[in-house]
Design a protein around this ligand. Structure first.
Ligand code: FES
Length: 88
């Protein structure tokens, strides 16, 4: 499954001090994590998030968030995955 083929967010639990690299280019084969697929294909680089406390991250899986790479609830009003269809 590609990054924005979902119609809902990826839920990622991170522990305090743990860092994750979140894909921002949409090309990762291991979404929502960066697998370096952007290298040579996209100028977008991963967002490195270090948790200040144990928490769940909600990463956009539909491609329609206005707060990328985070889910902002926009998927609730997406009839289908418009971002993915336009770009890939
Ligand atoms: S999954 Fe894209 S806005 Fe929620």
């Amino acid at each position: 499954m590609k990054m924005y083929e979902k119609n809902d967010p990826y839920k990622v639990f991170v522990k305090t001090g743990e860092s994750v690299r979140v894909c921002t280019c949409g090309l990762s084969k291991d979404p929502p994590f960066c697998d370096d697929a952007h290298e040579g294909k996209s100028e977008k680089i991963p967002l490195v998030n270090t948790a200040e406390a144990d928490t769940n991250l909600f990463v956009c899986g539909c491609g329609n968030s206005k707060d990328m790479p985070w889910c902002d609830g926009a998927h609730k009003s997406c009839p289908e995955n418009e971002y993915f269809k336009e770009r890939y």
